[in-house]
Ligand binder design. Structure first.
Ligand SMILES: Nc1ncnc2c1ncn2[C@@H]1O[C@H](COP(=O)(O)OP(=O)(O)OP(=O)(O)O)[C@@H](O)[C@H]1O
Ligand SMILES: [Mg+2]
Length: 482
């Protein structure tokens, strides 16, 4: 392929940058804008033609050489990363953004700077609304609590250990251990695949603890970008950055109760070290504050992949893992406790009999066989959805095979057996095993959306073994590109 000329490269770059949903501004070493995309113009409420060729301070009169990040980067040659900022555009619109400004070098010489900003106005509004709602909810509950029965305040944690259905050894042990650790205030790590009932376990621990009348606050760590998650958890004080208000974080809201950090491995690494400090000495500082607050919130964290794997993938800090893992509970996947299948199925049937006003009495023999043959990658949640699905479409009193979603009747295990008996005459045992292995790998990749660590966890094999098998089966192309 021939090399592109400079003009062609510029045309390509300009068109690509024109389509991305981030504001991009590039200045030369004199601080004059040489590139400014349409998204930036919309965010600033300016015209591209008014900005090109102009000095940054002329375009934004409220900025000075010291406050403009671009001018600072031109002065220092060092990048400024992930800074929150609130702007009032020329049309009076308040815009919250996160920006990074990078120096641009040619042959070691600083020739300009580039500013990339992401508009997070909507997501910030959502997060603030969420915190306000949480604190309103907790306030109503605690004022209500003063007037009435103490038990009402812990209403956010709705579940108790008796709600966890199952008599498999692993579940009985889990409940006994859960009840035992409920009385302490040590942090807990709850591990289990998606849909196994981690949230049930976490709420039950809170409900069985001496903190049961205190708040139960839950936050999914994958829901917000790093800077927002930090202010959500730690709170802010007015003026800590433009637009920041005096606002408590979730640690403070959970004071005297439990803070549940769901999917802790999605928490950005730099925030994990701040969390570690709170866990170690129970103190925190709101963003921008110089005062330290003492808080008494029990931290329960959860994750749906193997924590050791998460440490190896650099998703979880080793020191945080040790700190959290002082007490850990593993919620078993449904495929490892199939003796609970019928009890759980009947439990959900009775729930949906009430909800949907039906009189379903149980499941047929064939349905039961199909249930036992299925691998339940979505665990108890999947079973619940299958029962709900069946009870919406069925006409009889018993859930039949035809009432199940298509993937259950011809479950992979049944299909696998069919495959084997079909092909036993034509294919050798190694061929059949390889065929089945390939299908399992594909299925695990599908369920984990191409995440190799999760797929390895689902398959119960080390990540490296899975990598080798993927290469062997020429399945590397099935992984999403980085
Ligand atoms: N042992 C159980 N008894 C009764 N219902 C259960 C049990 N385990 C899970 N469930 C049901 O399955 C659903 C999923 O449970 P939960 O939300 O606690 O899973 P999770 O492990 O937190 O999943 P995720 O990782 O996807 O967040 C719940 O709504 C609940 O109805
Ligand atoms: Mg959950």
């Amino acid at each position: 392929m021939r090399n592109l000329s400079e003009t062609e490269t510029n045309i390509y770059l300009e068109q690509v940058l024109g389509h991305i949903e981030e504001a991009v501004q590039i200045v030369n070493s004199d601080g004059k804008t040489i590139y400014y995309n349409q998204f930036a113009a919309e965010m600033d409420g300016l015209k591209v033609s008014d900005v090109l060729g102009e000095h940054i301070i002329q375009v934004y009169p409220s900025l000075t050489l010291e406050t403009s990040s671009i001018m600072r980067v031109l002065a220092t040659g060092m990048p400024i990363l992930n800074q929150p900022q609130t702007l009032v555009s020329s049309t009076g619109k308040i815009v919250s953004l996160i920006y990074s400004t990078y120096p641009i070098y040619q042959d070691g010489l600083l020739i300009g700077a580039c500013d990339i900003s992401q508009d997070i106005t909507k997501i910030k509004e959502l997060s603030e609304r969420m915190i306000n709602l949480q604190s309103e909810l907790l306030n109503t509950r605690s004022s209500h609590h003063k007037k009435s029965k103490p038990a009402e305040t812990h209403a956010i944690a709705r579940y108790i250990f008796d709600d966890i259905i199952g008599s498999h050894d692993s579940i009985i042990k889990l409940k006994i251990l859960g009840q035992r650790i409920a009385s302490s205030s040590s942090s807990v790590l709850v591990i289990g695949e998606t849909g196994t009932g981690k949230e049930f376990v976490v709420q039950s621990i809170h409900s069985a603890s001496p903190r049961k009348n205190g708040p139960f606050v839950a936050q999914n760590c994958s829901a917000f970008p790093a800077t927002l998650l930090e202010s959500i958890l730690f709170g802010t004080i007015k003026g800590s950055f433009t637009g920041a208000e005096d606002r408590p974080g979730l640690f403070e809201l959970a004071d005297g109760g439990t803070l549940f950090l769901d999917e802790i491995n999605s928490m950005p690494i730099e925030l994990q070290s701040k969390l570690l400090r709170v866990l170690q000495d129970g103190t925190l500082r709101r963003i921008g504050d110089n005062k330290i607050k003492q808080i008494d919130a029990r931290i329960i964290a959860s994750m749906n992949i193997d924590p050791k794997q998460a440490v190896r993938n650099k998703e979880l800090r080793l020191d945080l893992y040790y700190r959290l893992n002082v007490v850990s509970l593993t919620v078993p996947p449904l495929r490892e406790r199939k003796s609970d299948l019928l009890t759980l199925a009947n439990h959900f049937i009775s729930i949906y009999n009430n909800k949907l006003n039906c009189q379903v009495s149980g499941i047929s023999e064939e349905t039961s066989k199909a249930f036992f043959a299925h691998s339940w990658p979505g665990n108890v949640r999947e079973l619940q959805h299958v029962i709900e699905h069946a009870m919406n479409i069925m006409s009889g009193q018993v859930i039949e095979l035809e009432d199940l979603p298509a993937n259950i009747g011809q479950s992979n295990n049944l299909q696998m057996l069919d495959d084997c008996t079909e092909s036993i005459k034509e294919r050798s045992l190694p061929e059949i095993l390889s065929h089945v292995e390939r299908r399992y790998l594909l299925q695990a990749l599908d369920q984990s959306k191409g995440n190799v660590s999760k797929a390895a966890f689902l398959l119960g094999i080390p990540r490296q073994t899975l990598q080798n098998k993927l290469k062997l089966h020429k399945l590397m192309d099935n992984l999403p590109s980085e």
